[in-house]
Design a protein around this ligand. Sequence first.
Ligand SMILES: [Zn+2]
Length: 221
Amino acid sequence: MDVINPRGGWIEVITGGMFSGKSEELIRRVRRAEIARQRVQIFKPSIDDRFDTKRIVSRDNRGIDAIAVSSSQELLANVVIGVKVIGIDEVQFFDDRIVDVCMELADAGVRVIAAGLDQDYLRRPFGPVPALLAVAEYASKMHAVCVRCGGPAHYSQRVAGGNSQIEVGDISYEARCRQCFEPYRALSEAKAEQAKLQAEPAKAQAEPIKIVEQVQTAEPS
Ligand SMILES: [Zn+2]
């Protein structure tokens, strides 16, 4: 989306499931703003430590510098004077006050571009993203390619093992369309995880459950 409003100040949300190209789209929009010589800042939650802590890296390995922050208030505190565009990646991991922060920035004339998952692997609306979608002027729903049928995929199926994804820890995901999504499998994955955490409570506290988009290597056949 390349909206032109010289007075500035609005919210764009780029959302969808895993592997749908949200970070790529965020990077594309931010690069266009940079070409237009607008002052840009990118933020990401510090929980997302994959690949590189200071950069947003898309699957085609194009990166862009980002500031890792631990809360919405820390994000706000790091905004520099004169910034025109603020990009936020993995926005689903921020606290709920990120919505107010985005509103405050947009009211002040900043173009805010927030990218993140709209649903978790049980298809539940994810963190502050639903509220952000409600207040955004523009919303883009991105789709991945379903690994089963090749159709547009709206969901992230959690799978234990499999060969079409890189696993981090014990958790891996596949992009699935509505017809190919298996709700009972998602539930049983959740139950298995819960049982495992109950068996190892100390480990559960040390390593909170993260749902982070991972690299999908294989294309659907
Ligand atoms: Zn499918």
